[in-house]
Design a protein around this ligand. Structure first.
Ligand code: ROI
Length: 163
């Protein structure tokens, strides 16, 4: 298989969020067949969705991999579980670690448990700004240039963290 550049969104709002993001980065970059290509700053933002939960820390990571998308998804789900993620029935609840495949090369994937580009990507400041930080010229398949999307995406309280 040829290597694809894959973008992963990382988010956490429980159990020392910045530490969750840092350890997730280390675990992902040590996976077989994965080479880290870039990692954004950490960003803090108020929760999108239910407001009765702590602020989030988010980041975006770029990797090169020849893992098929579905195998990568399974690896990321395992890492979420290892970080104490408890899947709840309640939609959009607080979580220790959320790992989303945002982009898988230029592929469009529409499977029962995997939709790529990620459905929230084009509108979420906490995804678009870190993504743009590491790849300013990115084209999002089926959607367009990231610079265009940013023009109509307010920060919504997103703040880049210094460390
Ligand atoms: N809100 C923010 N700011 N960041 C997230 O990563 C995030 N993730 C979620 C929901 C609950 C939609 N809200 C979020 O899953």
């Amino acid at each position: 298989m040829t290597k694809e550049i894959v973008y992963i969104g990382l988010g956490s709002n429980l159990a020392t969020p910045a530490a969750q993001i840092h350890t997730a980065r280390q675990v992902i970059s040590k996976l077989d067949s994965v080479l880290e290509q870039g990692f954004s700053s950490l960003y803090c933002s108020p929760p999108m969705g239910p407001q009765d939960q702590p602020d989030y820390v988010n980041a975006v990571m770029a990797i090169a991999t020849d893992l098929p998308a579905i195998d990568l998804l399974r690896c990321l789900q395992q890492i979420e579980m290892d970080h104490g993620r408890v899947r709840k029935d309640e939609r959009w609840s607080a979580r220790a670690l959320d790992l989303d495949i945002l982009l898988y090369g230029q592929h469009i994937i529409d499977q029962a448990d995997l939709i790529v580009p990620h459905y929230g990507l084009a509108k979420r400041a906490f995804v678009l700004y870190p993504l743009h930080e590491i790849t300013p010229m990115l084209n999002i398949p089926g959607v367009g240039d990231i610079t265009k999307l940013l023009e109509s995406c307010p920060l919504d309280g997103l703040v880049r963290m210094t460390s």
